[in-house]
Every structure is written in structure tokens, then in C-alpha cells.
Design a protein around this ligand. Structure first.
Ligand SMILES: Cc1ncc(COP(=O)(O)O)c(C=O)c1O
Length: 391
């Protein structure tokens, strides 16, 4: 085989310049929930292999260059973290939170083809696209100002459509405000209305790796009656490639499974070819950091989040956060600062997320920047001050 030639000097310089730019951007990376503190260099040699986790990780396949064994171990860890019944829960490593959400709603629709999906105004933007792809009927439920689903609106809306099974897409840590929908309240509505056929999917993209490690977590997992859950891997665990896990009750997965002779396995996943490296990253992180390690990391992130809330409030930026969240919401600053600190923003609010690489020093520097700029004078449209006081 012809040997690839070396990169030209120009091409090499282009790559070097990219590295320098990315390293510079990382210095102010506080607005998105991606942990940058990982080192998977012990796994570099796996980059030389055509790893492919095609098929069901729990079923042998004819494609042997895979990491299914490690994928299964990762899934078993997430089962523990979500209180999933060991035998009756199934899962796989996804390309990220969005795929896990697509999978959850797919299972729900296959179970209840005439269902109605309810999700809130604060759900991740991709939910709308998922619902369009799956072509399921759906209704957006109003959110409370703190980002949680408004259960009065949910109750009244379900009442009108009592003839079809409800599928609840619950935010467990919403994208902008870190809000957790009240699963017990949702269950109560279903019980009050005597609705027996229903499905609850939990979108726990970030908080699925936070709530298992806090002392007073709300009810959010399989113990709270969910049917499936999606958690991102590149967010709190950290990974150079986007990834995540989805867990679901096995009985639903069995309904969609079909045998594929070409690869000699069961087709139970959304994708055909699947990433074989990301299960290794997740496995490596859990083996080297451990659950105790993640517990410490989350506690330390909580301290930074609390520090940020206090510091920004000293500057009158109306900062607040939910008790078990690392997402600190505050008044949207100038476009210059939004860009410098890569602050995710919507309407009149921005947020920072105290991921493991975010330090008190970062917060001090942000505060200095904020003190030095003229505050954005737009009125806060999304977030009335009454809510700030009630939190
Ligand atoms: C609540 C929530 N759900 C889903 C997603 C999508 O996750 P991913 O980017 O891993 O596809 C995000 C991403 O930020 C999110 O915050």
C-alpha cells in the first residue's frame, strides 16, 4: 500500500494554529457543560484500530473488532447510578444526549403508537426535531419561570387528551436553568386521572451525572418511575468525542429488536455502526476516578457554583441556581463578554456552568470583566424578580 506523505509545512502550521486557538479558547470555557479535565492518552493506541460497536452490546456479533465488553461495564455502572433494576434494564453507549432522547421517544412511540408527547418550553431544542422525525403528536407545556414544567398546565392538557397514552419528556436538569421537572408531581397527575398506559422519559443530559452524587437529590431516576433515561458522557465525565448512555426497560427494547444476518447480531440501537472508542473513555474514567472520585468532584463543583452565585450577586447580576445544579443563571452581559466566556444565552439571561475545570479564579476574572463593562440594560423578559426571591 502506498505510504501517506508527510504534511506540508503549510498544513502543519494550519494544525498548529488550530491547537493554539483552541487552547486559548479553553481558558474562558465556562458557559457549556463539557468537562475539559480528562486524559485518555493511555488509550491512544486504540486509535489505530477500526473499532465498531455495531449491534446490541449484550449480543455476540460477527464483527469482532469491538469494545462491547467495556460498553456493558459502563452500562452496568449507569444502571447503579440511576437505580435501574439490574435484570430488566437494558442500555447502550450513544453519540450523546440527543440520541438517547431520540431513543427514549422512539421506544415510547413503538409501545404506544397513538401517544401524545408532552414536553416543556425549557426542553432542549433538539426535542422538537426528534418529535418531527418520529412524527408523533406532541404538545409543549408551559414552564414556570424557574425552568420547571408547569404541572397545572400539564394536568389540564392531559385531561383534554385522556383518550391517548401520555408520554412525558421530563427535564432532569434543563439546558438553560438546570431545572428538574417534578416526577412525583407528574406521577400524581397520572394517578389522579387514572391513566394506566403512560411512558416517562428522563432527559438527564448533565444532571444524570450530578444527582447520584448529591445528598438531597429529588426523585429523578428509575425509583421515581421513569421508563428510560438519557445521560451525556462528554458533559460531566468528559470525553474528546461526544457520547452518552441511554437506559430503558428491557421489555420496550425487546419490542423493537430485530435480527440482522449481515452482522449476526440484534439491531436494537438507533445507529448501525457505533463508536467503539467512547465506551473505552467512559470505562477508563470510571476505573481511574471511581464513584468516590466523582463524588468529590461534584462537591467541589458545587462550591465553585455557590461562589459564582455570591460573586455575581455582589455585582447585582441577579444570579441564582437550583439547589442541586451547577448551572448559575444571571443577567445577560454584553456581546463581548458573552463571546469571550462562551456564555450560553437565551433572551435576557446567560449561564455559566461550574464544570470541574472551572475555578474560583475564573469566576473572579469573569467578575472583573463584568464590573468593567456597562451592564446590558435590556429588561429581563424571561425571569421576573418574584422568582428570584422565591428561589
Ligand atoms: C438537557 C439537555 N438535553 C439534551 C442535550 C443534548 O445533549 P447532546 O449535546 O449530548 O446531544 C443537552 C445539551 O446541552 C441538554 O442540556
Amino acid at each position: 500500500m502506498r505510504k501517506p506523505k508527510q504534511l506540508s509545512r503549510e498544513d502543519q502550521e494550519k494544525l498548529d494554529s488550530l491547537t493554539r486557538n483552541l487552547e486559548k479558547e479553553l481558558e474562558h470555557f465556562i458557559g457549556y457543560p463539557c468537562n475539559t479535565l480528562f486524559d485518555y492518552s493511555a488509550l491512544y493506541h486504540f486509535l489505530k484500530l477500526p473499532l465498531n460497536n455495531i449491534g446490541d452490546p449484550y449480543v455476540p456479533t460477527n464483527y469482532h473488532i469491538n469494545t462491547h465488553e467495556f460498553e456493558r461495564e459502563v452500562i452496568e455502572i449507569f444502571k447503579k447510578l440511576t437505580n435501574a433494576p439490574k435484570k430488566s434494564t437494558w442500555g447502550y453507549v450513544t453519540n450523546g444526549g440527543t440520541e438517547g432522547n431520540l431513543y427514549g421517544i422512539f421506544l415510547a412511540r413503538e409501545m404506544f403508537p397513538d401517544c401524545m408527547v408532552y414536553y416543556s418550553e425549557d426542553s432542549h431544542y433538539s426535542v422538537n426535531k426528534i418529535l418531527r422525525c418520529l412524527h408523533v403528536r406532541n404538545i409543549m407545556i408551559r414552564s414556570n419561570p424557574d425552568g420547571t414544567m408547569n404541572l397545572d398546565d400539564l394536568r389540564e392538557t392531559i385531561k383534554i387528551h385522556r383518550d391517548v397514552p401520555p408520554v412525558i419528556f421530563a427535564n432532569i436538569g434543563s439546558t438553560m436553568k438546570g431545572a428538574c421537572d417534578d416526577l412525583l408531581g407528574i406521577q400524581k397527575i397520572l394517578k389522579d386521572l387514572a391513566i394506566k398506559r403512560h411512558y416517562i422519559h428522563a432527559d438527564a443530559a448533565l444532571s444524570g451525572m450530578i444527582l447520584p452524587f448529591v445528598d438531597k437529590a429529588p426523585s429523578w431516576d428509575f425509583d421515581a418511575g421513569i421508563d428510560s433515561v438519557s445521560i451525556s458522557g462528554h458533559k460531566m465525565v468528559g470525553s474528546p468525542l461526544p457520547c452518552g448512555v441511554v437506559l430503558a426497560k428491557k421489555e420496550y427494547v425487546d419490542r423493537i429488536a430485530c435480527g440482522v444476518e449481515y452482522v449476526g447480531t440484534l439491531d436494537t440501537t438507533i445507529m448501525g455502526s457505533r463508536n467503539g472508542l467512547t465506551p473505552l473513555f467512559l470505562w477508563y474514567a470510571f476505573r481511574t476516578i471511581g464513584l468516590e472520585g466523582f463524588h468529590e468532584i461534584i462537591q467541589s463543583c458545587m462550591n465553585v457554583a455557590a461562589y459564582a452565585e455570591t460573586k455575581l450577586n455582589a455585582l447585582n447580576r441577579h444570579a441564582w441556581k437550583h439547589p442541586n445544579s451547577l448551572t448559575v443563571v444571571f443577567d445577560r452581559p454584553s456581546p463581548t463578554l458573552v463571546s469571550k466566556w462562551q456564555l450560553a444565552s437565551k433572551g435576557s439571561i446567560s449561564h455559566l456552568i461550574a464544570m470541574p475545570h472551572v475555578t474560583n479564579e475564573n469566576i473572579d476574572e469573569l467578575a472583573e470583566d463584568l464590573a468593567g463593562e456597562k451592564q446590558d440594560t435590556r429588561k429581563n423578559r424571561n425571569y421576573p424578580s418574584t422568582v428570584r426571591r422565591s428561589l
